[in-house]
Design a protein around this ligand. Structure first.
Ligand code: ADP
Ligand code: MG
Length: 815
């Protein structure tokens, strides 16, 4: 029996499901539940407990019982278990959860699964996906593929809702800590994700936090103020938060929930009890801003696709908080579309992942005991693992090898309902058969072979599996991926929306020379992800390094470096750099991690943004849209400052959140800056024209003078049209004309040379620069203008200013 395993590795809870070809069954935990809380405890003796049993201990031993590590996946951060004095990386903790899932699956189906599909949030970035792969490997999986959670939900909802037709679907997934909304449509039987949006820092946890704040306010109103910044309160606050979560979940079914925690806090006057009653009205007041935020994201997504809520045919609710009646009502009122019926919001993602495992033929069973080599003949086969067509072709060819060769083969469907006739192999061992599939499920076939005498001949592979059903379009890349260049520009490799898998190569040039064997000289190639043309506004997701230590020979500046970036279906990044002149390839992507959110560095960034904000604010001629945008920036900055405060208290999530907010604020501010930079541009135009009319008027040819007046007119036109790009282009043309005229002046090359010679220290290749200076001095002495010009041009090419303006964050050595 085939077995496909899907795992929804959640921030809060992990769920798994198996698909046997007929039905999807949730995997039960050893406690009998359907969810494994994503919580790991390591006690003083180093014993590891996970899931429900660990979560029960959060209250008793919060320091050694940690959850929420999914949010730190892909960072270099270790989580410390003080009891056992050990530190674990986020992926190691995720691996504990996955290991426990593997054990549960074995209980249920009788073998330890080897392969699975694991879901990750749509907004996961590459390092986070890589960490998920690492976790699966640590947990002992031989192979896993990743699927974006909304894609999995869509697949599960589309699979069970047996319909085709017009209209978009919206998958609304609110989890413990992330919100994802995706827009999907079915067209000609193919389910497609046409867009998604979300917030990596929005979820049920925020509601727990709001309840904690409410409880503290209630206590303060009773004359018991508590200072949250007091480190002694950290532990009781966690206990309170867990109780708040339980109360919240109770309220999905009952009208009231008690929050009773005797002697939770130590006050100056003795123990303080918490004894509060949370009712639905209060919860709804606390939840309303959260739900409204999610609705705003939904509207933003719809607007981005030119749709209104009325064009949404169906809404699929996913995630724990969507069990709240209040949330359902408010989302219903806000979006106005009917909910998909009959889907369990907690099981949907795992179900979809299991179905996806079937579509990519990722059977969880340990590799079937292969027939002894020599006994079986190998067949090369080509067929669609997922076929919308119930009668697909299989083509194949018998490969050379020892052992008896079959004359005829046939394919027998495992349910016994179909078998191909015995089919004779062609003269060169070729084969073509048509299979018949049962709809919407995996179909396993056994391959049989026999020789001329009718004796059975074992074949490799012994079986194959095809799924008949709707296919998912290739998953799109969620964010643009590129390489940061020395001038902080991003060279885009893969645009957002590119179907995965995808791979692209470009040739760059190295900025500086690297000597063979030098340990501190490297060529750094940062890989960034984001939509901004400036690299420092994108996210650094990894980098390649070409170190002098590994070079076969010296690498001069300006050498070709061919970089290849590849992303697999699950969003896993790999990259390599080829240096053709040395025939050397550098593969390892070092530091594939989200830089840790260092509060001090973030504070500097926030201050700088504050300054830029006040400068832009005072610019003349701001449009109302700019003012709105700047207001958003200000809000983000304030949120970031608040998060920074929490980060200083040791909250890593808050640090990451501040980092993200600042990057977004930076990008938004940059756009307004670009849009309002005209007065400064005007000034540059005036200066350039003034300079040009002097030199071109005096030393230009008549043709150059005519070109200058044409460029002047074009500049004026661009200025009126507010066309920044055209303006820059014509400015460049004007400056070139000026330079051409200037260099006709008898002393200009000498002036330029002296100027550059004084600056040799900044050159990218000082040795070469020294040689050029010597050559230039000789040329000045002998009056050789041509050689002098060569020296000047050579020196200019070696100046870093040629390729790099100030580099705000990621050092890149490519251009
Ligand atoms: P994740 O995808 O982050 O693992 P889940 O979908 O498992 O998250 O949702 C976890 C969140 O759902 C938690 O914040 C939990 O408190 C909340 N939750 C679970 N069940 C309910 C319920 N019945 N009512 C309200 N909230 C719930
Ligand atoms: Mg989830």
């Amino acid at each position: 029996m085939v077995c496909y395993l899907g795992i929804d590795l959640g921030t809060t809870n992990t769920a798994a499901a198996v698909f046997d070809g007929d039905a999807v069954t949730p995997v039960r935990t050893r406690e009998g539940g359907l969810l494994t809380p994503s919580v790991v405890r390591i006690d003083a003796r180093g014993r590891v407990t996970v899931g429900a049993r660990a979560r029960k201990l959060v209250d008793r031993d919060p320091d050694n019982t940690l959850g929420g590590f999914k949010r730190l996946m892909g960072t270099a951060r270790g989580l410390v278990f003080p009891g056992a004095c050990v530190e674990r990386r986020p992926e190691e903790l995720a691996a504990e959860i996955l290991r426990s899932i593997r054990d549960d699956v074995r209980e249920q189906v009788g073998f330890l699964p080897e392969q699975a599909v694991i879901s990750v949030p749509a907004l996961f970035e590459l390092p986070q996906s890589a960490a998920t792969h690492a976790a699966a490997q640590l947990a002992g999986f031989a192979h896993v593929e990743l699927i974006q959670e909304p894609v999995a939900s869509a697949l599960a909802a589309g699979w069970s809702a047996d319909e085709d037709g017009a209209g978009a679907w919206l998958v609304y997934d609110l989890g413990g800590g992330t919100f994802d909304v995706s827009l999907l449509e079915t067209r000609e039987g193919v389910l497609r994700v046409i867009g998604h949006d979300g917030d990596n820092f929005l979820g049920g946890r925020d509601l727990d936090e709001a309840i904690v704040r409410w409880a503290l306010a209630e206590l303060a109103a009773d004359g018991l103020p508590l200072d949250r910044a007091d480190p002694a309160l950290a532990m009781p606050l966690r206990v309170l938060r867990t109780a708040a979560e339980d109360a919240k979940i109770d309220l999905s079914r009952s009208a009231q929930a008690a929050l009773t925690l005797p002697a939770l806090f130590d006050g100056p006057q003795g123990a303080i009890d918490v004894d509060l009653t949370l009712d639905r009205t209060t919860l709804e007041q606390l939840a309303a801003p959260l739900v409204d935020k999610t609705l705003a994201v939904c509207r933003r997504l719809l607007a981005a696709h030119g749709l209104g809520p009325e064009q949404v045919r169906k809404v699929v609710l996913v995630g724990g908080p969507t069990a709240m009646p209040f949330l359902r009502d408010r989302v219903q009122a806000g979006l106005g579309a009917p909910f998909a019926e009959g889907v369990d919001p907690m099981a949907l993602v795992a179900t979809g992942a299991a179905i996806h495992a079937a579509t990519v033929g990722l059977d969880a069973r340990p590799a079937a005991a292969a027939p002894e080599a020599g006994e079986a003949r190998r067949l090369w086969l080509e067929y669609p693992t997922m076929s919308p067509d119930p009668t697909p072709f299989v083509v194949g060819r018998l490969l050379d090898g020892p052992g008896p060769a079959p004359v005829e083969v046939r394919f027998v469907r495992d349910d016994g309902g179909f078998a191909t006739p015995w089919t004779r192999l062609g003269p060169d061992g070729t084969l073509l058969v048509t299979l018949e599939l049962r709809e919407k499920q995996p179909n396993a076939f056994t391959l049989e072979g026999r020789d001329a005498g009718g004796a059975a001949v074992p074949l490799l592979p012994p079986s194959l599996t095809l799924v008949c059903g709707r296919t998912l379009a290739e998953p799109p890349l969620s964010r643009t991926v590129g390489v940061a260049l020395a001038n902080d520009a991003v060279h885009v490799y893969l645009q957002r929306g590119t179907p995965l898998p995808a791979k692209r190569s470009y040739v760059h040039r190295s900025v500086a020379a690297v000597a063979k064997g030098s340990s501190d000289a490297v060529i750094r190639i940062p890989i960034v992800q984001g939509e901004h043309p400036q690299a420092h506004l994108c996210r650094l997701v990894g980098h390649l390094e070409i170190s002098g230590e590994e070079l076969r020979a010296d690498l001069p500046a300006d050498s070709d470096v061919e970089v290849t970036v590849e992303i697999d279906r699950g969003g896993r990044l790999s990259a390599r750099a080829l240096v053709p002149c040395l025939s050397q390839v550098f593969e390892q992507v070092a530091h594939l991690s989200i830089p840790e959110a260092d509060p001090a560095a973030l504070a500097v960034h926030a201050d700088a943004l504050g300054e830029r904000l006040s400068v832009v604010r005072s610019r003349p001629g701001l449009q109302p849209t700019h003012v709105d945008r700047l207001l958003d920036v200000e809000w983000s900055l304030q949120d970031a400052q608040a998060a920074l405060l929490a980060a200083r208290g040791g909250d890593d999530d808050a640090g990451q959140r501040a980092h993200r907010l600042l990057i977004e604020a930076d990008a938004a501010l940059g756009e307004v800056e670009d849009a309002t930079r005209w007065p400064e541009l005007d000034q540059r135009v005036r200066n350039a024209l003034l300079n040009a009319s002097g030199w071109v008027g005096q030393l230009g040819t008549p043709q150059e003078q005519r070109m200058l007046s044409e460029s002047g007119a074009a500049l004026e036109h661009a200025r009126q049209q507010r066309d920044g790009e055209a303006l820059e282009r014509h400015l460049r043309a004007v400056n070139q004309l000026t330079a051409a005229a200037y260099f006709r002046h008898p002393d200009s090359w000498r002036h330029q040379f002296e100027h550059l010679a004084a600056d040799v220290g900044r050159s990218r290749d000082p040795l070469q620069a020294q040689r050029l200076v010597a050559q230039g001095r000789e040329a000045v002495a002998t009056g050789d203008r041509d050689r002098l010009r060569d020296a000047v041009l050579g020196l200019e090419a070696l100046l870093p200013a040629r390729v790099a303006q100030p580099i705000p964050s990621f050092r890149s050595d490519l251009r």
